[in-house]
Ligand binder design. Sequence first.
Ligand code: AMP
Ligand code: ZN
Length: 115
Amino acid sequence: MNENCIFCKIANKEIESEIVYEDDEILAFKDLSAQAPIHFLFIPKKHIRSMNELSAEDFVLVARILGKVKDLAEEYGVSETGYRTVINCNKDAGQEVFHLHVHLLGGRAFTWPPG
Ligand code: AMP
Ligand code: ZN
């Protein structure tokens, strides 16, 4: 738990969120500023600042998060139409919240390459 981290507060239920999935290690909730009909954020409950701070012990957890992204994409009906997963890291990627999170975006078409 990082006292200054908004996603730690969400994981700790100090700040409300619209939770779509939860277990001991993972929380998924709706992005407040949705960029697509489906826009969820998947976080480890444990505070990890960004991709840069991932350690080898976290790899299983990250794999579990990706597995849940897959499950929820199916559950929310975007598996067949398609979806995008995004992890922003640091300034050039526009990371705003420094608690590792995976965006799941779906329900519309996206362009490639990204801007
Ligand atoms: P990023 O640019 O990858 O760091 O994305 C951070 C995301 O967190 C943005 O899409 C914000 O809309 C979202 N966000 C920030 N605060 C909240 C919150 N309290 N509840 C849900 N989503 C949030
Ligand atoms: Zn945090």
